[in-house]
Design a protein around this ligand. Structure first.
Ligand SMILES: [Zn+2]
Length: 255
């Protein structure tokens, strides 16, 4: 009886919180981004993007990109930069291939309301969003990397006011059109199949920081598959890329 009443109290107290959380999550957007398609039957144009959230570097993917001379855009956090100096050196040595962009300071979702996304607490206020974005860029400059022009937040979800704030800080926001690895949780065969089936103009998101996950093996194989299909690989800053929710549009006062 006591257990039952404790459960009832917990339920009655937690239910409104859970409802508020659900409503807040419903206000979030996960922007889509594509590059201008090649528009011919001969080849497809694809922008490969990789997130380096935290943890280590996936050598299976990195060595394939370098060996096959495949250009890509890599989003790095301050945390990842600090823990992977050897890989950062490889990326810098291959600056003709790799464009490095801003994935934030501590991999905190760039959402300015207090909410958890996939269990990760969001920044929760405009000030905290500003810190996550600004300090991510500062860490890149401190590591000797070029100033970033694109931002992608942890979980790739935002609320509209955070999007406006990040745009006002001088960044375009990188969505995607093809989820290549489901947060690096896909099996190798599934990741390979998904990425190898990219369409003309797709922006592919996958992860380059999970060397122990099976997904990376499939991602690496898909890079060769795409090259064999004759894909043209572009980086986000090389080519016209357009996103929804005003993530890339030229707006008054924004670049
Ligand atoms: Zn990430």
């Amino acid at each position: 009886m006591r257990l039952l009443s404790t459960a009832a109290i917990l339920l009655c107290c937690l239910a409104p919180l859970a409802k508020a959380d659900t409503l807040a999550v419903q206000k979030l957007v996960e922007p889509r981004l594509t590059v201008a398609p090649a528009g011919n039957a001969k080849h497809i144009r694809v922008a490969l993007t990789f997130d380096a959230c935290m943890g280590k570097a996936d050598e299976r993917i990195l060595t394939t990109l370098v060996r096959e001379r495949i250009p890509a855009t890599i989003f790095v956090t301050s945390r990842w930069l600090k823990h992977n100096p050897e890989t950062v050196a490889v990326l810098r040595e291959n600056s003709d291939l790799f464009e490095l962009e801003n994935h934030g300071e501590n991999h905190i979702p760039a959402v300015d309301i207090p909410v958890a996304i996939y269990g990760i607490p969001a920044a929760g206020s405009p000030e905290a969003v500003g810190r996550e974005v600004g300090r991510g860029a500062d860490a890149m400059l401190a590591a000797g990397l070029p100033r970033p022009h694109w931002f992608r937040g942890a979980t790739a979800k935002y609320d509209l006011s955070a999007i406006r704030e990040i745009r006002a800080m001088g960044f375009k926001i990188a969505g995607y059109s093809l989820n290549g690895d489901d947060g690096s949780l896909l099996g190798a065969a599934a990741a390979e199949k998904r990425i190898a089936a990219a369409k003309d103009g797709d922006v592919v998101i996958s992860h380059i920081n999970q060397p122990t996950h099976a997904a990376g093996e499939g991602v690496a194989r898909a890079l060769v598959d795409l090259k064999n299909r004759g894909a043209e690989f572009v980086r986000l800053s090389d080519f016209e890329a357009s996103g929804d929710h005003e993530t890339t549009a030229k707006l008054p006062g924004l670049f």
